[in-house]
Write a protein that binds this ligand. Structure first.
Ligand code: AMP
Length: 580
C-alpha cells in the first residue's frame, strides 16, 4: 500500500473527533491493507515504531527536522525555523515547502526508513540521520511529508487509542464491534496490537485464540474487584485463597535464562531500577524461562517489617540506583505464575499455578511466595484482615481457586478488601478495655500489642466487644498501659463481658479509651448489637485518641444503642463501605 493512502486516512482522521467516524476510517484502511502493511500502519498511527512496551526512539527532534528540510529543499535553515515559529508545526512547514508529486513510496518503505533513522548510531549519527530523513522527504509530496514529520515529532494529535484501533479491526471484517472481544483478549496476552492485527489479517479471528503469553512480551495484568466485607468474599468465592494486600509496586517479571526483565503495572520496563530483584530472580527462581508476578516492597532489614508505599516508591528512580539498593532493599512477594519452562500456564487454575510458583522458588533474601491461607470461613478472613491492618498493610486479596489468569481483566476472580483511609465517622467512640493481646514483631518487647475493647450494653448491663485496637499509643504509653492493666487481670472472661474473641489476657472492665474510626461495619466476630439472628457491629480501622479517659466510668462508655445509631447515620449518607 502506498504511503499516500495512509496520508489520506490520517487527513480524514484529523478532521473528526467523533469516535464512530474515526473507527470507520480506520476500518476502511485496515480492510484495504495487506497483512504485511497492517502492523506498520498501526504503529505509525500511534506515533511509534513498535509496541509500546519496547519503545524505539525515532531520534528525530525539531532541530533535525529543520536541518533535513533545509537539505531536502535547498532553503535557508533560518527561514525554515522562522516559518516554524509562526506555524508551530514542522508538518505544515514541510507541506508548504515540498512541491514534489510524491506517491512513489509504500508504507513499508517509509516505515523502514524511519526505523533506519531510529537505529542509526555511532560516530556522525546526526549527519547520517539528517541525510536519511532529507532523502526521504525529497521523495514525498507535501501532504505525505506533513505526516512523515508529524509522526516522529509526536504531532499527529489524533487521539487514536488502543480501543479505537481494536474496534477498527473488528469493523474492517464485520462492520461492527463483535470481534473486539477476541481481539482484545489477544492484545491483553501479548500487548502488541501490530502483531495481533497481522495474525488477524492473515489467519482470521480464530487464529487469535492461539496467541499465548511469551517471555519478553508483557502481559496486561489481571486486576481485582472490591468486596464490602469478609462475608461478601465468602458469598462470592466460597473456599478461596486469602493473601495480604501488600502496598508496594506490582512487578511482572520475565525470565529467559539470566536475562531478567521487569515490567510495571502500566507495562513500562523498569528492569534498570531494580537490580536486586533481577539478581534475586536469577538466584532464586528455578525455572529456565518464566513469567511471574508479585509485589515489590521495601523493608526494614533489621526488623523485617515492610515499609509504606511512599518509601518503596523512592526506589522508582533513574539515578543513584546502587545507593538506594543498599539503603532501601526490596523483597518480591510473588503471587502468580503465567509461564514456566516453555509452557503457558495461564489456563491452569490459581491453585495449580500457585503450587508451581512455590515449587520454583528456593529460599533466599529477595524472593518470597506471598503469605496465603485457604479458607471459606468469614471469621478467619476477618481475623487475617485485621492482623494485616495492624501490621500496616493495606488489606487483603481473595482469589478464586480455580480461576485462570485472565490478562487485563478486572473481575471477581480476585477481590480486594481494603481498609478505608478517610475517617467517615464524625463521632468518636468511648470504649472499655476488656483484655489485651501480647505484642508481636516490634511490640513484642512491650508484652502488649493490641487491646480488646467493648461498648456498654445498657439494656443487659454488659460490655460487648466492638474492636481490637493497636494503633494510637506511643512507645512510651504501651508499657504504662500494661502496668495499669496487669493490676486488674482476670483469670477468666469477666462475667459482664460478652465476647467471642479471646484475648491473651482478660482484664476487669475499668478503663475507658476514646477512639476514632473510619466507619462502623457489620461483624461476625464482635458482639456489640449481635443477636441470634443478627450480626454484630465493629469499628473499622480504629485508633486511640489520647490515653485513658480517667474522667469516665465504664458505664459512661458509648452504648450499643449509640453504635447502632451511628451505623444508621452513616448508612443514610451512603457511606457504608470499607473502600478508600
Ligand atoms: P488496586 O491497585 O487497589 O486495584 O489493587 C490491586 C494491586 O494490589 C495489584 O495491582 C498489586 O499491585 C497489589 N497487590 C498487593 N498484594 C497483592 C496480592 N497478594 N495479589 C495480587 N495483587 C496484590
Amino acid at each position: 500500500m502506498r504511503f499516500s493512502k495512509l496520508g489520506e486516512s490520517l487527513a480524514q482522521l484529523e478532521k473528526t473527533t467523533k469516535r464512530l467516524e474515526m473507527t470507520a476510517t480506520l476500518a476502511q484502511l485496515f480492510k484495504d491493507a495487506s497483512a504485511d502493511d497492517i502492523a506498520p500502519i498501526i504503529y505509525l498511527t500511534q506515533e511509534r515504531l513498535g509496541p509500546a512496551f519496547a519503545p524505539i526512539d525515532f531520534g528525530i527532534g525539531d532541530a533535525l527536522a529543520a536541518q533535513a528540510l533545509a537539505k531536502a529543499t535547498g532553503k535557508d535553515i533560518d527561514a525554515i525555523k522562522k516559518q516554524f515559529k509562526t506555524k508551530g508545526d514542522y508538518g505544515i512547514v514541510a507541506q508548504k515547502l515540498l512541491t514534489n508529486k510524491g506517491n512513489t513510496l509504500t508504507i513499508k518503505q517509509v516505515y523502514d526508513r524511519l526505523m533506519e533513522i531510529a537505529t542509526t548510531s555511532g560516530e556522525g549519527t546526526v549527519e547520517r540521520k539528517t541525510d536519511l530523513l532529507a532523502d526521504l522527504l525529497k521523495k514525498l509530496s507535501g501532504e505525505e511529508a506533513r505526516y512523515v514529520l508529524r509522526i516522529p515529532l509526536g504531532q499527529l494529535r489524533l487521539g487514536i487509542g488502543d480501543p479505537t484501533v481494536m474496534e477498527g479491526l473488528s469493523w474492517s471484517v464485520t462492520g461492527d464491534k463483535t470481534l473486539r472481544a477476541p481481539i482484545e483478549r489477544a492484545y491483553n496476552v501479548c500487548c502488541d496490537l501490530g502483531a495481533v492485527a497481522r495474525i488477524f489479517k492473515s489467519d482470521g479471528v480464530a487464529a487469535l485464540e492461539k496467541i499465548q503469553v511469551k517471555v519478553g512480551n508483557p502481559v496486561r495484568m489481571a486486576l481485582a474487584e472490591r468486596a464490602k466485607s469478609s462475608e461478601d468474599i465468602v458469598t462470592r468465592l466460597g473456599k478461596c485463597a486469602i493473601e495480604p494486600k501488600y502496598d508496594g509496586l506490582r512487578a511482572q517479571i520475565h525470565k529467559n535464562g539470566d536475562d531478567v526483565r521487569i515490567y510495571s503495572r502500566n507495562l513500562e520496563e523498569t528492569t534498570a531500577m531494580f537490580p536486586d530483584i533481577v539478581e534475586g530472580v536469577r538466584k532464586q527462581f528455578k525455572a529456565k524461562t518464566a513469567i511471574l508476578e508479585g509485589e515489590a516492597l521495601a523493608y526494614d532489614s533489621e526488623t523485617g517489617d515492610f515499609l509504606p508505599f511512599q518509601i518503596t516508591t523512592q526506589r522508582k528512580r533513574k539515578y543513584d540506583i546502587d545507593e538506594f539498593k543498599e539503603k532501601l532493599p526490596l523483597k518480591l512477594l510473588a503471587f502468580d505464575l503465567l509461564y514456566a519452562d516453555g509452557k503457558d500456564v495461564t489456563r491452569l487454575g490459581y491453585k495449580e499455578r500457585h503450587a508451581l510458583l512455590e515449587k520454583f522458588i528456593v529460599k533466599g533474601d529477595t524472593l518470597e511466595v506471598a503469605e496465603q491461607v485457604v479458607t471459606q470461613d468469614a471469621i478467619a478472613i476477618e481475623k487475617f484482615f485485621m492482623e494485616k491492618i495492624e501490621h500496616g498493610l493495606e488489606g487483603i486479596m481473595a482469589k478464586r481457586l480455580d480461576s485462570t489468569y485472565q490478562a487485563g481483566a478486572r473481575n471477581f476472580n480476585w477481590i480486594k478488601l481494603k481498609r478505608s483511609y478517610q475517617g467517615h465517622l464524625t463521632d468518636t467512640v468511648d470504649g472499655v478495655i476488656v483484655g489485651y493481646i501480647r505484642g508481636r514483631g516490634m511490640r513484642a518487647r512491650f508484652g502488649i500489642g493490641a487491646l480488646l475493647v467493648a461498648v456498654y450494653d445498657d439494656k443487659e448491663d454488659k460490655f460487648a466487644t466492638v474492636t481490637k485496637i493497636g494503633t494510637g499509643f506511643s512507645d512510651e504509653e504501651w508499657p504504662k498501659l500494661r502496668e495499669l492493666l496487669d493490676k486488674i487481670v482476670k483469670e477468666k472472661q469477666p462475667a459482664r463481658v460478652d465476647a467471642l474473641l479471646v484475648p491473651d489476657v482478660w482484664v476487669e472492665p475499668k478503663y475507658v479509651i476514646e477512639m476514632q474510626a473510619d466507619e462502623i461495619t457489620r461483624s461476625t466476630i464482635h458482639t456489640a448489637g449481635k443477636t441470634d439472628d443478627e450480626l454484630g457491629y465493629a469499628l473499622r480501622f480504629p485508633r486511640v485518641i489520647g490515653f485513658i479517659r480517667a474522667d469516665k466510668k465504664p458505664e459512661d462508655a458509648t452504648t450499643v444503642k449509640e453504635i447502632l445509631k451511628m451505623f444508621e447515620k452513616q448508612g443514610k449518607s451512603g457511606e457504608v463501605t470499607n473502600e478508600e
